[in-house]
Ligand binder design. Structure first.
Ligand code: UD1
Length: 426
């Protein structure tokens, strides 16, 4: 990519990847058809759909964003898709299959290497519902003769554990209570979808969720919410390139913590019914930020705000409080001339006037997107390698950026990268 062009125009935000992954798992819990709309066309979703097809689920991809799922022909509760251990959300199949069949075996979850990411809270939840859990050679095996509602207090706010327990509890007998539950928009979306299937879940979006188990779930049609993090990434694209972007198909309420930080940094953020406009024409100002569970500032936006703050006047302190190893990308931004010092889970940033283009490597999904933002803000050419991480979670990122005026292309050889440079050297 060649940096320095302010991004201007409109972009449509795709469906939320992390909501869709949980919703796809929920969809296999009934024997009836479930039609899902606004599914993002990204690799993590494809891995999840492949995985459920591998156990007998019928998946009809009506179009890139619509899928009809039928779980009536599931012939085993052992998920051994070759890739399921690469994605985090594979673990939702544990909760879904445990609820439906009282048995599940799924590879230990993978996902981005941003910390240890244990699943002890998921296990604690299943055990509280009377299930036996075994960790057997890289697999998680859960079994329950009788799956019985339980009372679970999560030791830390975990999105994954909240959703997984909700899935299993939807078909358990009796009432399950999750205290200290995660309140993220996708927790609410998955609860809404399960309720559309006949589940009885109350309180999603607060820190106490109560699930009254039902005997069976039925089919439904459901539209996934917009992706809060994709939206936030484009909002920062406007900020760092001093552009002016209207994001369509968003829920502004879900973006409040991001909008409020951008305003502190000097951007103009206007919220409309289902769109948000970010005008980043003014120069950026420093601010401090700490990642927190929703409604706090999302950890999945931490790399993007660090890139923004590295171009803001003054010094900023960014504290990562969710994952212990989420600053690996900083070395890449340092190559561009940023002034960032990381101590443990805190980044101290002194803003610089400009960044210079560099050749970088994406260490994980969100950091990869942040490096693209850095490249678009920088002077000269940049390349970001290992983009398979970015493709896991962003739908046609380069195409959406091109439509906003970005000089960017997806290339798969060094020669193609050189040709791109030649073409765009003025
Ligand atoms: C999900 C998102 C991820 C996001 C994260 C936090 C998906 C597929 N991934 O990840 O993009 O960054 O939420 O918003 O939706 N923890 C434990 N034990 C557990 C579970 C979690 O110690 O059993 C810890 C984690 O290591 C982490 C914190 O709790 O430090 C929060 O993790 P959690 O909310 O569970 O994140 P994920 O569901 O893995």
């Amino acid at each position: 990519m060649k940096g320095g062009t302010p991004l201007v125009g409109e972009v449509t935000i795709s469906g939320a990847k992390n909501a869709a992954l949980g919703i796809i798992a929920a969809a296999i819990m009934t024997d009836e058809d479930v039609r899902l709309e606004n599914i993002p066309d990204v690799n993590d979703i494809n891995v999840m759909l492949d995985a459920i097809q591998g156990i007998g689920v019928t998946v009809d991809r009506v179009d890139p964003h619509t899928v009809v799922i039928n779980g009536s022909n599931i012939f085993k509760a052992t998920v051994d898709s070759a890739y399921i251990d690469k994605i985090r959300a594979g673990y939702y199949l544990l909760g879904a299959l445990l609820g439906k069949y009282r048995h599940a075996e799924v590879a230990m979850p993978g996902g981005c290497a941003i910390g240890k990411r244990p699943i002890d809270q998921h296990i604690k939840g299943f055990r509280a519902m009377n299930a036996d859990v075994d960790l057997d050679g890289g697999r998680v095996v859960v079994d329950a003769k009788d799956l019985i509602g339980g009372h679970i207090y999560l030791d830390m706010v975990s999105v994954g554990a909240t959703i997984n327990i909700m899935l299993a509890a939807a078909l358990a007998s009796g009432v399950t209570t999750i205290e200290n539950a995660a309140k993220e928009p996708h927790v609410v979306d998955i609860a809404n979808m399960l309720n559309a299937m006949g589940a009885r879940i109350m309180g999603a979006g607060t820190d106490v969720i109560r699930i009254t188990g039902v005997e069976r779930l039925h089919g439904c049609e459901y539209t996934v919410i917009p992706d809060q993090i994709e939206a936030g990434t484009f909002m920062f694209a406007a900020a760092v390139t001093h552009g002016d972007i209207i994001l369509n198909s968003v829920i502004p309420k879900h973006l409040e913590s991001i909008s409020s930080k951008l305003r502190e940094m000097g951007c103009e953020v206007t919220e409309l019914d289902d769109s948000v406009r970010v005008n980043g024409k003014a120069s950026l100002r420093s601010c401090d930020v700490k990642t927190l569970p929703y409604p706090g500032f999302p950890t999945d936006m931490q790399p993007q705000i660090c890139v923004g703050l590295s171009l803001a006047s003054g010094s900023s302190v960014v504290t990562e409080s969710i994952f212990e190893n989420r600053f690996k990308y900083v070395d890449e931004v340092l190559k561009m001339g940023a002034n960032i010092r990381v101590e443990g889970n805190v980044a101290f940033i002194n803003g610089v006037e400009s960044l210079k283009g560099a050749s970088m490597k994406a260490p994980d999904l969100r950091a990869g997107a942040a490096l693209v933002l850095a490249g678009l803000a920088a002077n000269g050419f940049s390349t970001v390698g290992s983009i398979e991480y970015i493709l896991r979670g962003y739908e046609h990122l380069e195409r959406k950026l091109q439509e906003l005026g970005a000089v960017i292309a997806l290339v798969d050889t060094d020669e193609a990268a050189e040709a791109f440079k030649k073409e765009h050297s003025a």
